[in-house]
Design a protein around this ligand. Structure first.
Ligand code: ADP
Length: 204
């Protein structure tokens, strides 16, 4: 199954992506994580991406699309994947559609996590990550950058909701609530039952 997870910064995409991908037995592919790993590993890709990320801007499509295309060509993504943080622009979504089509594949679903903006600002400003045993704030979770990231989301990424609705692929779920409640809504929207089978009718 090939799924895109859509939702604003702070919607809980990373958390849900890990859990849902585990249940689907496909890799969770997060462009944000790949970029951050490249920044801390001081690679050329990391060097190119860092300034955009620190400012809360999107890394240019050219760089991002090439990176995702490489990742999707790896053997573990052949049978399916869950994309977290990609696509983030209509151009990225079109490129994803076209490169999947070249391989004779297509996306099965876009799952959108819906959370209102007040809740997002609250979550992002309080978010900390464990790095080398210490809780630190991500540089781009500072209040000014958070506001800018939400603007970038509204302008460049939110239109993907309409793009995938038109393609007949969109499912939206309310992403406010306990983590496992949101996971249940997500799995239901994706047609997963308790035994992990996709699309099978729910056990009676
Ligand atoms: P969040 O969803 O919380 O904003 P991510 O970890 O997904 O965080 O992304 C962090 C940063 O990485 C983004 O602000 C952006 O600079 C860059 N990035 C991630 N995915 C993409 C993408 N698909 N296109 C462009 N830039 C991206």
């Amino acid at each position: 199954m090939r799924v895109v997870l859509l939702g604003p910064p702070g919607a809980g995409k990373g958390t849900q992506a890990q859990i849902i991908a585990g249940r689907m037995s496909v890799p969770a592919i997060s462009t944000g994580d790949i970029f951050r790993a490249n920044v801390s590993g001081r690679t050329e890709l990391g060097r190119q991406a860092k300034a955009y990320m620190d400012a809360g801007d999107l890394v240019p499509d050219e760089i991002t699309v090439a990176m995702v295309t490489d990742r999707l060509a790896e053997p573990d993504a052949k049978a399916g994947f869950l994309l977290d943080g990609f696509p983030r622009t209509i151009a990225q979504a079109e490129q994803l559609r076209d490169s999947l089509a070249e391989l004779g594949h297509q996306l099965d679903r876009c799952l959108e996590l819906v959370v209102d903006e007040d809740e997002l600002v609250r979550r992002l400003s309080g978010r900390r990550m464990l790095v080398d045993g210490e809780w630190v704030q991500r540089d781009d979770d500072k209040p000014e950058t958070v506001r800018h990231r939400l603007e970038v989301y509204r302008e460049q990424t939110a239109p993907l909701s309409g793009f995938y609705r038109q393609a007949g692929l969109l499912s939206q779920i309310d992403a406010i609530g306990e983590i496992d409640e949101v996971t249940d809504r997500a799995l239901t929207a994706l047609g997963f039952t308790d035994d992990g089978a996709a699309g099978a009718p729910a056990a009676s």
